[in-house]
Design a protein. Structure first.
Length: 187
């Protein structure tokens, strides 16, 4: 056996060990990378930390500029609710705090638990759209025939690029089957 033949298995083993370590490292970093990606793009409604944003807000409102914020709502087919915004759009000044209301109504004959998932479009605007209060932060329980006003408070950051004059805040609301089943079992 020559010396080069004896080294080959160790090169292979070393390469495989390095590859395994790299794959483990990538798997370990995947969650924080995905969370950062969602924060940057606004997927899943993830926007920068709103509490920190409110603390930084200097009160500078850009009254020279108006941004139209469209409101959208979609109900998953498994959820027996009606869910809609009270207004389709709002013209806002960047830097000023606004509030809008979404209304949910349970058409079922039993209590139902649901969870709303927000998103902001276009994706580049998600970094500049800050929700300070949102029903999407918690699960929503509505009894049979019950309806509820669900507020959303938000600020459009004055640093939103000037070319962006339209932002859409969209919610998809889903039935939480597990929480609803637990609720039904308790009754």
């Amino acid at each position: 056996m020559t010396e080069s033949t004896r080294k080959k298995p160790w090169h292979t083993v070393t390469g495989l060990v390095c590859m395994a370590v790299a794959m483990f490292g990538f798997g370990y970093l995947l969650v924080p990378l995905y969370e950062k990606f969602c924060e940057i793009t606004g997927i899943g409604g993830r926007t920068p930390d709103t509490a920190a944003y409110e603390a930084e807000l200097t009160g500078e409102v850009d009254y020279s500029r108006t941004v139209r914020v469209m409101f959208d709502a979609t109900v998953n087919s498994a959820l027996p609710w009606r869910f809609e915004p009270t207004e389709r759009y709002m013209d806002v000044h960047p830097g000023k705090l606004y509030e809008t209301i979404y209304i949910a109504y349970n058409r079922a004959s039993q209590p139902v638990v649901a969870q709303a998932v927000p998103s902001v479009a276009p994706g580049r605007a998600a970094l500049f759209f800050n929700k300070t209060e949102c029903f999407c932060f918690t699960e929503q329980l509505l009894g049979p025939g019950e309806s509820r006003d669900m507020p959303v408070r938000f600020v459009v950051d004055p640093n939103l690029p000037a070319r962006t004059d339209l932002v859409t805040l969209s919610y998809i609301i889903y039935k939480n089957d597990q929480a609803t089943a637990v609720l039904a079992a308790v009754d």
